[in-house]
Design a binder for this molecule. Structure first.
Ligand SMILES: *Cc1c(COP(=O)(O)O)cnc(C)c1O
Length: 413
């Protein structure tokens, strides 16, 4: 049993994974938070490092036999510091949400006030949504985007910060297609005596490539995921000023987690190395070029985009304006081989399960090698489907076109 490979040991799971590989190969993945991790990253995350218990931190573990996992965690930490220029990093959070919760619980008492971005305007569940621990245990005040421009209204952020005196201001988003001015958040936090946390889960890669301004020197805390534009394994990282290092470390372990996932930390180290290569910057630039190229086509074809366009890797189509729901639009696209997700848009009148928007992102197709001309084809296919979502012929035709297009963009071969 122990020596048996997956195919023989568990054909059920083996076959499901094979089908998932096919799904990832045969669909155009436009989910803005997804990507294809490299073979090297997959190899590290599937390695024997998964066997090791390593509660504690490098050089100060609660278990013996940590000499090698110590090395790999130290490498990961050094690479984060080098890439982002931060004073301190903790690479143990199991995911982005855990990274965010670690910061909140490290510096706040329950009931303290947080100022953060409204979920339906682009924020994230872990920024104080009532269904998340962050929303249940703290007093949350939300800022919104401006109704007309659909961009962050920094005057409102400032006004709310003065009025509510939050202990922490959170900036960063999951579905905001514009560049965030982190220096403005820094000024507001300074003026009102708040701590500042920037969550760069989505835009980490763009920041490494210097396409987006960095929040690192002006924020007390910066959190990120590893698996979105950074193209690593699933996971999270907390960066902070040195003076908060002890608090963050003890809140991650033992405060909210047990043993770190050493196989994932090894894979994080690999992805961070990849992010130091010059071609990673080219990749990030292409992500944004592709996003802009797609929005150009979509606007030309008469669809409305939230905020009118994009500065980054993602954009949102207001399908409500065409009388559609985000739910039905995303499902029609998926059956045509184009995978995106329904998403609330600012001031949405529909419920989160229905929504009026569909969110698209270009990190995954850019990893496959698509350039502007290729994604323009994809954008036209999207518009074809959305122009008549009940039309089975269009969906079948689109599916064929997707298959043909993807022949030129193999993955994991
Ligand atoms: C994706 C995301 C996270 C964390 O996601 P996990 O699924 O917990 O890894 C946190 N913040 C923002 C803004 C995100 O977009």
């Amino acid at each position: 049993m122990f020596k048996t490979g997956l195919q023989d040991c568990d054909p059920d799971v083996y076959n499901i994974i094979e089908k998932e590989i096919d799904r990832q190969k045969n669909n155009i993945i436009l989910i803005a938070s997804e990507n294809y991790a490299s073979k090297a990253v997959l190899e590290a995350s599937g390695s024997v490092m998964t066997n090791k218990y390593a509660e504690g931190y490098p050089g100060a573990r609660y278990y013996c036999g940590c000499e090698y996992v110590d090395q790999v965690e130290s490498i990961a930490i050094d690479r984060v510091k080098k890439l982002f220029g931060c004073e301190y990093a903790n690479v143990q959070p199991h995911a982005g949400t855990q990274a965010n919760l670690a910061v909140l619980f490290a510096i706040l008492n329950t009931g303290d006030t947080i100022l953060s971005m409204n979920l339906s305007h682009g924020g994230h569940l872990s920024h104080g949504n009532p269904v998340n621990l962050s929303g249940k245990l703290f007093n949350i005040v939300f800022y919104s985007v401006d109704k007309k421009t659909e961009m962050i209204d920094y005057d409102e952020v400032r006004r709310l910060a003065i009025e509510h005196k939050p202990k922490l201001i959170i900036t960063g988003a999951s579905s905001y297609p514009r560049e965030i001015d982190f220096s403005k958040f820094g000024e507001i936090a300074k003026e009102t005596g708040a701590l500042l946390m920037a969550d760069i889960a989505h835009i980490g890669g763009l920041i490494v490539a210097k396409i987006h301004n960095t929040p690192v020197p002006i924020s007390d805390f910066v959190t990120t995921t590893n698996h979105k534009t950074l193209r690593g394994p699933r996971g999270g990282i907390v960066m902070c000023k040195s003076k908060f290092a002890k608090k963050i470390d003890s809140l991650v372990f033992p405060g909210s987690q047990g043993g770190p996932f050493m196989h994932i930390i090894a894979a994080k180290a690999v992805a961070l190395k990849e992010a130091m290569e010059p071609d990673f910057t080219d990749y990030q630039k292409q992500i944004v070029k592709n996003s802009r190229a797609m929005t150009g086509v979509i606007l030309e074809r008469g669809f409305r985009l939230v905020s009118g366009g994009t500065d980054n890797h993602l954009f949102l189509i207001d399908v409500g304006q065409k009388g559609l729901t985000g739910d039905s639009a995303a499902n029609a696209l998926d059956s045509a081989g184009i995978t995106a997700n329904k998403n609330a848009i600012p001031y949405d009148t529909k419920s989160p399960k229905i929504t009026s928007g569909v969110r698209f992102g270009t990190p995954a197709v850019t990893t496959r090698g698509m350039k502007e001309d290729d994604v323009k084809v994809v954008a036209n296919l999207i518009c074809d489907v959305l122009s008549d979502i009940e039309n089975e012929k269009t969906i079948a035709k689109t599916k064929g076109a997707v298959k043909e297009l993807l022949i030129g963009f193999p993955i994991y071969e």
